[in-house]
Write a protein that binds this ligand. Structure first.
Ligand code: ADP
Length: 528
């Protein structure tokens, strides 16, 4: 079989038709609604207790800390009230022995000490006040309100959130294991250690990174209309959006509900959409997806994440390429020189190339393929040589790999459109329109330029008709056609169409765990 024909056949397996996109979007809306009613559904739809998004006029000095894995980040953020901010930060690696400490005190007192030294270095005015008080044995209650830093705590482990600054740890992940912390309120654990040091810091908010993305975008977005959705397409994928409070039925029914400001009539919901699994019949599925899932640590779940996020796309590509390599009828990498590499050999199959190792292909390779405009696909061939041990890949080889890589990237972006489109549809925002569009104005910031080139939406849409979406993550930031493919699929969704898609503005929201956390601390400060 000709190589190009074989590659086309594999690429076609990743097709996700307009009809399937529509069916999936309908199912997504249904699951969103179901998740708002009760626990234990496919989409967790977690109430975050954050009931307002910023409009860019927020002001003040806030702190944010981020405990997410290998590092602990401490920062202070000055919100200038004009959609801009300045950020000061420090980062320290978490000592491995603290990740598996006997008691949670050991870890949390370490974190509190980092906050203390941050204040000492960057905020002497606060720190000196603190030393004075400590000398006179004053407690932190002795601080005046305006002296206290409100802090947003981004904690990227599974928690059961029961208030804006209250959430109990469900389990540790990513190599942490401190038994006595399980079931305890992580904000209280941090506050206790902060108080022992008499620091003028109040843990005001427990922050999810996706909510941070939404808040950060809403503060910095042009037009001050408020952002509807914050979405992450990085290692994983997730989205948080603004929902009508009345629709959050399970929160109303819950007995353990903490305080929140009801006056806005809204609450941000963390969808946890990586677990959108249902309707596999409507989702595109290939043998490579199935094999990937089977050999993953969590088979049968997180199906959406496994088709959309950076952690998995390279691995899907690897499996698809391997299927061609292993097919004796397909002449992939069959040039004499690349054959010398023993890529087809089964004797030293594990040693020859990362193509033979689980997770051997990084998703950034998809971006390399998609961006390659070089003569004879030189750049892709070089990457195959340098990173994947395929010497002397031919142009046809590179073309075949690129075709499959593009199909995987395109499918991911079209699936992303399902999630984004469903949130837009569910919001009802497309049903409301101010007046006629401005006539005769050429669209600016045309489609397909990628979100880093502000802004994705057409310029002939009035600001009040714009639906703003903040995105973050390497995939959406660096994969060349991600936004364009996503927009193409959005136009195909019934109820969105060309008109609706034009109204959607997509922009990068940087630094959700810094400025986003600060903004949540600000909102929380108003409640508490
Ligand atoms: P995180 O989501 O962990 O905060 P990132 O947003 O940087 O971090 O996402 C990392 C993921 O993005 C990894 O899975 C990586 O393979 C993928 N990635 C990194 N660079 C690129 C790129 N240029 N194009 C596409 N994906 C990329």
């Amino acid at each position: 079989m000709a190589l190009s024909e074989a590659a086309k056949r594999v690429a076609a397996e990743f097709e996700f038709t307009a009809e399937q996109v529509n069916a999936a979007a309908k199912e997504f809306v249904r699951e969103m609604e179901e998740g708002l009613k009760k626990d234990g559904t496919h989409l967790s739809q977690i109430p975050t207790y954050v009931t307002a998004v910023p409009n860019g006029t927020e002001k003040g000095l806030y702190m944010a800390v981020d405990l997410g894995g290998t590092n602990f980040r401490v920062c202070s953020i000055e919100l200038r009230g004009d959609t801009t901010f300045s950020l000061t930060q420090s980062k320290v690696a978490i000592p491995r022995d603290l990740m598996v400490a006997k008691t949670s005190t050991e870890l949390f007192s370490f974190l509190a000490k980092q906050i203390e030294s941050f204040l000492q270095t960057h905020h002497t005015e606060h720190y000196e006040g603190h030393v004075r008080r400590r000398k006179t044995h004053s407690s932190e209650q002795g601080y005046k309100d305006e002296e206290i830093f409100n802090l947003g705590f981004t904690f990227s482990f599974p928690v059961h959130q029961i208030g804006i600054n209250k959430g109990t740890l469900i389990r540790w992940t990513k190599g942490f294991d401190i038994q006595d912390a399980i079931g305890r309120d992580v904000c209280a654990l941090l506050q206790e250690e902060i108080d022992k040091l008499h620091l003028p810091v109040r843990v005001a908010a427990l922050v999810n990174d996706t909510v941070g993305t939404l808040m950060a975008r809403s503060y910095t977005s042009p037009g001050k209309t408020g952002t509807l959705l914050g979405a992450i397409f990085g290692t994983g994928t997730n989205g948080a959006y603004v929902e009508k409070l009345d629709n959050v039925i399970k929160l109303r029914a819950s007995k353990e509900t903490g305080d929140y400001d009801e006056s806005t009539g809204e609450m941000i919901i963390n969808t946890e959409w990586g677990s959108f699994d249902n309707g596999l019949e409507t989702q595109p599925n290939t043998p490579y997806d199935e094999a990937l899932d089977k050999e993953s640590v969590n088979p049968g779940i997180q199906m959406f994440e496994k088709r959309v996020s950076g952690m998995f796309l390279g691995e899907i590509l690897r499996r698809a390429i391997l299927a061609l390599i292993n097919d004796p009828k397909v002449p992939l990498f069959s040039d004499e020189t690349s054959a010398q590499n023993d890529i087809h050999s089964t004797t030293n199959i594990l040693d020859t190339s990362p193509l033979h190792k689980q997770w051997g292909v990084d998703t950034s390779f998809l971006s390399i393929c998609a961006a390659d405009n070089s003569k004879g696909l030189r750049v892709t061939r070089q990457a195959l040589d340098k990173d994947y041990g395929v010497a002397a890949a031919s142009e046809e080889d590179a073309q075949a790999v690129r075709e499959i890589a593009n199909a995987i990237g395109k499918r991911a972006a079209r699936l992303a459109a399902v999630a984004v489109g469903a949130v837009v549809l569910k919001s009802g925002k497309l049903d409301v329109k101010s007046t006629e569009d401005k006539a005769g104005v050429e669209p600016s910031g045309g489609r397909g330029e990628g979100p880093e080139h502000e802004e994705g939406a057409a310029g002939d849409v009035k600001e009040e008709d714009t639906i703003d979406i903040g995105v973050d993550g390497s995939l959406v930031e660096f994969y060349p056609n991600f936004e364009e493919y996503m927009r193409e699929a959005l136009r195909e969704i019934e109820g969105i169409g060309k008109e609706g898609e034009k109204r959607i503005r997509i922009g990068i929201a940087k630094d959700g765990s810094g400025v986003g956390a600060a903004l949540i601390a600000l909102v929380a400060g108003k409640v508490g």
